[in-house]
Design a protein around this ligand. Structure first.
Ligand code: ADP
Ligand code: ZN
Length: 735
């Protein structure tokens, strides 16, 4: 049982082992352990037909065929084996989300080039020379390198990301505009020092920090809701839990939504611990991702700051997971594996005996209810740090404001903006709609321009001079004539998006400097970060933004927030519409008056007496949650009942419906649980990219074994090749 170096292996050379590959197969494959033996969990390269694929040793061989014919594992990768708790986590996450385990393994091994042999590699960094002549292709490459601010690129990656051919890259190298360096791959991350002093905490913060530290030190599982208004110091407090884990020699993970924009956040962490932590998100180059993955696996990255998929990194000894802005919708992945990073964080920590901190000013109802039920601990930070006060909130009754056609800013709000301009302060106008106008209507025939591939309206983006489908991304030039009646010059934009609001603001405040912040605005992430910083430092007088601005950016000069349309999302068929609207408006309002200046939030609504608007204005959160919880409990809706969303989609509408009806009929007989099935019905977005979508919704009492029932239902189901079935446990959105 020992290899050349006398190390014990779980399987000796020649023993049959079961390997889980990252290929879409629904079973383990048997291989022979290679020379030197192999450990349980080891990452291996195995032959599969003519190919070599990545896999992990998952157990002893299952047998059942001729030992002599077993193929051997080609190579054991030079990476630590996946530890047992991580394997357990992947298996349970796969069970919970009804995902093949192979797909989970793929999530957990998504480091570029993991199969490549270790060693030095050639990477490219910016050179000092200027090119002899500038071409559009060269310009793209150099802009990209500049955008990533000195991070090294693999040559192929750079060509791909810039969308140019390899010869463009070679040309730039030949001229010294890019320089090849042989970087030892995967260098370690600088050590973080938890001993550096943190902020001097106020009494309330100190109590919370102490509780979190004690949780980490206990070495047992626990989840804590850390609830506090924006600016109350949640970040300062949870960094103390991180510090405690680092002191104990454990690793820590901080998950953030929209992480690419959190330039402030990385700077804060660096200040607290004296060095930059590892980052894991889509804005990080492949070379950096690979480095992070390996360092995490070896226990050489103490802290990872990442987006939801960082949860699947192979930590060696994870002590604490922080989920910041835990209510944020971006934690739910809705393609591929449908998982909720917050819930999976709790699962992972409970397996490991680690702590979870869920931080939010406006927790999800799920988390609020778990804290209420005593499953999660709860810590409250009631006050804003320092002298900053919560802004004063009030509604503007749009039924009585005199409004001009095609104007969306009421006189009352306009006066408040003008006052801020006069005082040299900033105002933010919030409208959660991208683009210029949500609807383009023909005034001659009433036709609304829709997407050819989806069941969605095209949204005018004047900035791009195109109509864009927000479902599939399809776009087309704005036509001169109506596609239906062919009359020219009668197409009119209806309703506002942020771009149109910007036009109104420009016309009404011609002297003001205006900044529009919307996720689809041109420019790279880096450019966006720089822009946000510039705005924070006073680079704009009026900020116009979509929900992007609700998230964690600090604008110290901002003293007025105007919510243009609070009614957006009040109704909607969505289970969580009220909750989301409540969170969003409170978050946005919380942007005002963070520093030493008091803030004001004005909320335009046609229904100022709506219970939701009233709760927002009264600042009575507990009342809102209690009411929302009671209404969900009455309806047996999550978190007081369980749901699964099923979508069948395919090019042939009739075939999709036929299969859906057949499946619906079979449900009760096969599932054998107390449940209700709704549908089949056209999904709210009934067609995406030419595929017809039919939805069913299954509702069960809380605690019912819904996954087992779903498995019994779909077991042995043969789907026609062109029909896709997706199952979404605990669906967050209904589209
Ligand atoms: P939250 O995460 O709740 O929005 P932050 O932790 O970002 O709050 O704190 C808001 C601001 O107040 C930050 O600039 C932070 O540095 C500052 N701050 C909070 N607590 C303290 C403290 N105890 N000492 C000094 N500054 C603090
Ligand atoms: Zn479309």
């Amino acid at each position: 049982m020992s290899d050349l170096f006398g190390q014990e292996r779980d399987f000796d050379e020649g023993e049959a082992v079961a390997v889980l590959t990252t290929e879409p197969l629904d079973r383990y494959l048997d291989y022979r352990a290679p020379f030197g033996g192999v450990d349980l969990g080891a990452l291996v390269e195995v032959p599969l037909g003519p190919r070599r694929v990545l896999g992990a040793v998952w157990g002893p061989g299952q047998g059942g065929f001729d030992r002599a014919k077993l193929r051997s594992i080609i190579r054991v990768l030079d990476e630590p084996a996946i530890p047992a708790p991580m394997r357990d986590f992947l298996a349970r996450a796969a069970d919970y989300t009804i995902t093949p385990l192979s797909q989970m393994l793929r999530l957990a091994t998504r480091a570029p080039g993991l199969m490549h042999p270790p060693g030095d590699t050639k990477v490219l960094v910016a050179g000092t020379a200027a090119p002899d002549r500038m071409t559009p292709a060269r310009e793209k490459v150099l802009a990209l390198v500049e955008d990533y601010g000195g991070l090294p690129f693999q040559p192929g990656e750079l060509a791909n990301m810039a969308g140019v051919s390899g010869s463009v890259i070679k040309g730039l190298v030949a001229q010294g505009c890019l320089v090849e360096v042989f970087a030892p791959r995967d260098g370690p991350f600088p050590a973080l020092d938890p001993g550096l002093p943190g902020a001097a905490l106020n009494a309330e913060q100190a109590v919370a920090a102490e509780q979190l530290r004690a949780g980490v030190a206990s070495g047992t599982y626990g989840t804590t809701l850390l609830k506090g208004v924006t600016g109350s110091g949640k970040t300062e407090v949870y960094l103390e839990a991180v510090a405690e884990a680092l002191r104990l020699g454990q690793q820590a993970l901080v998950l953030l939504p929209e992480i690419a924009l959190s330039v402030e956040f990385m700077a804060r962490v660096e200040k607290r611990f004296g060095a930059r932590p590892a980052e894991w998100h889509s804005g990080v180059t492949m070379a950096e991702r690979r480095r992070a993955w390996k360092a995490v696996a070896r226990g050489q990255a103490q802290l990872v700051v990442g987006a939801r998929s960082a949860l699947f990194l192979p930590f060696r000894h994870l002590g604490v997971i922080v989920v910041d802005e835990e209510h944020d919708g971006s934690y739910k992945q809705e393609d591929g594996v449908h998982y909720h990073a917050r819930d999976m964080a709790v699962l992972r920590a409970s397996i490991l005996g680690a702590q979870v901190v869920l931080a939010s000013a406006t927790p999800s109802l799920e988390t609020w209810a778990n804290a209420q039920a005593g499953k999660y601990a709860r810590l409250d930070l009631a006050e804003r740090f320092g002298v900053a006060e919560m802004p004063e909130l009030s509604a503007i009754d749009m039924r009585t404001e005199p409004m001009q056609p095609n104007q969306w800013i009421s006189p009352m709000l306009a006066d408040a903006v003008a006052q801020r301009l006069a005082d040299g302060e900033q105002a933010l106008l919030f409208l959660n709609r991208r683009g210029f106008a949500p609807l383009t209507l023909c005034r001659a025939c009433g036709h609304q321009i829709g997407c050819e591939y989806c069941d969605a309206r095209m949204v005018e983006h004047r900035f791009l001079a195109r109509l864009v489908c927000h479902q599939c991304g399809e776009s087309k030039p704005i036509p001169a004539a109506c596609p239906s009646c062919e009359v020219e010059g009668k197409l009119a934009p209806i309703g506002p998006g942020v771009e149109r609001l910007a036009e109104e603001v420009e016309a009404r405040f011609p002297a003001a400097r205006i900044a529009v912040l919307s996720s689809d605005m041109a420019g790279s992430t880096r450019a966006m970060k720089a822009r946000i910083l510039e705005i924070a430092q006073g680079g704009a007088d009026i900020i116009i933004g979509t929900q992007m601005v609700a998230k964690g950016h600090n604008f110290p000069l901002l003293t007025l927030v105007g919510v243009i349309d609070a009614d957006l999302g009040l109704e909607g068929g969505d289970l969580r519409a009220a909750e989301k609207s409540f969170q969003l408006i409170r978050q946005v309002a919380g942007r005002a008056g963070r520093a030493d200046k008091p803030g004001q939030a004005l909320i335009q609504s046609h229904q100022p007496d709506h219970p939701l608007i009233k709760a927002i204005i009264a600042g009575d959160e507990e009342a809102f949650w209690a009411a929302e919880a009671a209404s969900r409990a009455r309806a047996g809706a999550p978190p007081y009942g369980r749901m699964a969303g099923i979508v069948l989609s395919g090019p042939d509408e009739g075939a999709v419906y036929a299969l859906a009806r057949e499946m619906a009929q079979a449900w009760a007989g096969r599932a054998k649980i107390d449940s209700q099935l709704f549908g089949p019905a056209a999904a709210p977005v009934a067609r995406i990219r030419g595929r017809h979508r039919v939805r069913m919704l299954i509702k069960t009492p809380k605690g019912a074994p819904i996954q087992e029932a779903l498995r019994r239902w779909t077991d042995g189901l043969r789907l026609p090749a062109n029909i896709r079935l997706t199952i979404d446990i605990d669906p967050q959105s209904f589209y």
